[in-house]
Design a protein around this ligand. Structure first.
Ligand SMILES: [Zn+2]
Length: 305
């Protein structure tokens, strides 16, 4: 029972503060920084996505080299809702790990010649309509190369499932987009604040970030605003010591993530939590097995020594 309580303590309460397609801000309460780091690492390195892994250039008379083109293609995020249902190519039972069947790969074709303007991600033709460049329906798409009249580019690209731990192209997080901070809990010392004149209060309010405090026009008291989510990341201004008190909530973390577009940010969090739950469950099973089968042997060894 004690072990279960410890594991439950690791799982925090969480709520979403702001959610857009690729962006998510959420708060985790009642947990530790080590848990937050684990969650961040899972999101970055262990949630699978689909990315172009192999490129066969058939014709290339553009100014870019084959290897440079292939590199560009590998880093175009592909919609990866299907990733959880796909096999890793090396584990695919349908093609014996070769990595070319519909259960473990998606084929893209690109054929462009003498076009006016850029060749973009919108020119990639997929073998699976569920797996597309993330910006396929945007007006412009991601530029791949600009062809001059008479130049030609034809290629085949194979996308496969993978994780960021194996290569950064599979990481669903935009570079350095994941951040977290312990929010501040701010209290105003009303008694001390009321010793200031109205003009001093206005000057004091103006010295802090926009909308954090305001002077109530009715009461002329300084009040704490709660714009947006109500969680602040504010260092204590030494001059304000006494007028306000700032406490860091050490067991609360405000987390923001932005994805590459391979997954919606909310889906990324769900997938990461599912992986974390599986890890905790396997840890419990392992621990139970250890206690049931091995502890007696260790006790015996201890008593012999
Ligand atoms: Zn396969």
């Amino acid at each position: 029972m004690e072990r279960l309580l410890k594991l439950n303590r690791l799982m925090p309460r969480w709520k979403v503060l702001e959610s857009r397609s690729r962006f998510l801000m959420f708060v985790l309460e009642g947990t530790t920084e080590s848990f937050v780091r684990v969650l961040l690492r899972i999101m970055t390195e262990e949630v699978p996505t689909i990315a172009i892994h192999e490129v066969v250039i058939e014709t290339n008379s553009s100014f870019l080299s084959d290897s440079f083109l292939a590199q560009r293609l590998r880093f175009i995020p592909l919609t990866s809702d299907l990733a959880n249902l796909m096999y890793y190519s090396t584990e695919c039972p349908n093609c014996n790990g070769r990595g070319y069947c519909h259960l473990c790969s998606v084929e893209f074709r690109l054929s462009a010649k003498c076009v006016a303007g850029d060749v973009t991600s919108k020119d990639l033709v997929t073998s699976n309509p569920s797996v597309l460049p993330f910006d396929f329906f945007d007006p412009t798409g991601t530029a791949i190369v600009k062809l001059k009249p008479g130049e030609e580019l034809t290629l085949k690209a194979i996308a496969r499932k993978g994780i960021g731990k194996d290569h950064i192209k599979w990481s669903p997080l935009a570079a350095t987009s994941a951040k977290y901070f312990c929010p501040s809990d701010i209290r105003i010392n009303e008694e001390l604040m009321e010793t200031l004149t109205l003009e001093q209060k206005k000057q004091w309010v103006a010295s802090y970030p926009t909308d954090l405090f305001q002077v109530d026009p009715q009461t002329q008291k300084v009040v704490l605003c709660r714009p947006g989510n109500g969680y602040h990341n504010m260092p204590l201004n030494p001059e304000a010591r006494g007028v306000i008190e700032v406490f860091e909530k050490k067991d609360t973390f405000v987390f923001t993530v932005e994805t590459t577009g391979a997954l919606k940010a909310s889906q990324l969090l769900m997938n990461a939590l599912a992986i974390l739950k599986r890890k905790l469950l396997s840890f419990r099973v392992l621990e139970d097995h250890f206690l049931d089968h091995d502890l007696a042997g260790i006790d015996k060894l201890d008593s012999e020594n």
